[in-house]
Design a protein around this ligand. Structure first.
Ligand code: ATP
Ligand code: MG
Length: 420
């Protein structure tokens, strides 16, 4: 894509009321637009990153047998009354509205109820189980605090998977597979090293749930990490009894601020019982289905990547989620676009694109300083500079955004570097 045609422009300042680093950088670089606190639009660059992130998550959810679907945002009150989650006294972050005839409806903040009700129409025998279904869907939550940029939206994208199993054993096996898929996802997103599977408060059906917490000063959570095993637990469950349970010594534990990028939960029969999701076992006996839920926020993950990996000059995307693989920057000679340098850059852009690389081509006639500052802010992993000086040497200048390393290479050597 030609940067001259990208309608977004970089900005020196983020909106004054934006206090989070992730949203400040993403707004300044033109990835997102702030509509109001906790409500952000994704612009062309931002959507590209979001699609990379959802692509990685989708691949890993498919590997564990997940079937993708898409549920509605408008919610039927009667389903949520059956599980006692409609009342504002029970769930305080519902956005609710009314149909013209006065019927109340909710805007989905999670989807256990509707999906359980759908499954009740399809599951009847033990032969139908297990099932894992997931979606990427916009959730609406009337969050009280929305000061963390895209990490805490009032409208935000969530990947939510739900599993339906015959018994605890089958559930535990599925849960373990998805747990491992989450570890792979965070590794692929470039935040694997600082993300800990963390024990957190459970519910009626299990002592603990697990959160995937990424170490960051921008986080809203406090976790305690065991440096030896890498195991962690949320402050909310830190008691002497829990430390014993997990075989950890309280004295060793290191306190860290962190961001909850995902969580997985054993739901037992909490939803299947009230919504009538049962099956007949081999003996013909009616049994409730055992459920699990597995949340992951792609926009929170995107904000986390920005918080954790950016530097004083801007965003630093890992290759796996960058909007483009290469930022091709031309520094025109006196003749501008029609000069030798301009033409050489055009040719390289066309070659790279033909080879299938995703290239953002900064073909704008601007001062080098402005172009480099924009390039650092936007954060594409590799920058190739075509200039009069480099051409005279028969070389291209390659800069790695993350390390700052600069190499001068010939065009012939480029494909080997790109293949790495
Ligand atoms: P938190 O404690 O941070 O509010 P939660 O316990 O409400 O999170 P879930 O309801 O389980 O989280 O949601 C699953 C995932 O969705 C979270 O792990 C997180 O990645 C993401 N998520 C939750 N709330 C938001 C939000 N307001 N904005 C963006 N992502 C969110
Ligand atoms: Mg919440």
């Amino acid at each position: 894509m030609r940067q001259s045609q990208l309608f977004t422009k970089t900005r020196k300042e983020a909106p004054k009321d934006e206090v989070s680093k992730n949203a400040q950088l993403l707004i300044r670089a033109g990835y997102i637009h702030k509509e109001m606190a906790g409500v952000y639009s994704f612009l062309p660059l931002g959507l590209r990153v979001m699609e990379k992130i959802t692509g990685i998550i989708r691949e890993e959810m498919n590997v564990v047998g997940g079937q993708e679907l898409s549920l509605t945002a408008l919610q039927d009150k009667s389903l949520w009354e059956k599980t006692d989650r409609w009342d504002d006294a029970k769930v305080d972050n519902w956005f609710k509205t009314k149909l013209k005839n006065g019927t109340e409806v909710g805007l989905g903040m999670t989807h256990e109820e509707p999906l359980t009700a759908i499954m009740a129409e399809y599951v009847s025998s033990y032969r139908d189980l297990p099932i894992a279904a997931y979606q990427f869907q916009t959730k609406f939550r009337n969050e009280t605090r929305a000061k963390s940029g895209i990490m805490r939206g009032r409208e935000f994208l969530m990947k939510d998977m739900y599993t339906f199993s015959k018994d605890e054993k089958e559930h535990a096996a599925y849960y373990a597979k998805i747990h491992d898929a989450y570890i792979k996802i965070f590794k692929r997103l470039g935040i694997g090293d600082t993300t800990h599977a963390t024990f957190a408060a459970g519910g009626i059906f299990s002592k603990y749930s697990e959160e995937f917490q990424t170490e960051s000063e921008a986080g809203e959570d406090l976790i305690y990490v065991d440096p030896k095993s890498g195991k962690a637990l949320n402050k909310e469950v830190l008691t002497d009894e829990v430390l014993a349970d997990l075989g950890l010594s309280r004295a060793d534990l290191v306190e860290k601020k962190s961001i909850e990028v995902g969580n997985i939960f054993n739901l037992g029969t909490k939803f299947s019982e009230p919504l009538g999701l049962t099956y007949l076992n081999e003996k013909g006996e009616k049994q409730p289905v055992i459920m699990g839920c597995y949340g992951l926020g792609p926009s929170r993950a995107m904000g986390t990547i920005v918080e954790v990996l950016s530097d004083e000059n801007g965003i630093v995307w890992p290759k796996s989620v960058a909007p483009f693989a290469i930022h091709l920057v031309v520094l025109h000679d006196k003749e501008g676009k029609d000069g030798t340098v301009g033409k050489a850059a055009e040719e390289l852009y066309s070659d790279l694109t033909k080879q299938g690389y995703e290239v953002l081509f900064d073909d704008r006639e601007l001062r080098p300083g402005e172009k480099f500052a924009d390039s650092d802010l936007i954060g594409i992993p590799l920058r190739i500079v075509v200039s009069e000086k480099n051409l005279a040497e028969g070389k291209l200048e390659l800069k790695h955004r993350a390390s700052g390393k600069v190499e001068k290479i010939t065009e012939a050597e480029l494909s080997a570097v790109l293949a790495k």
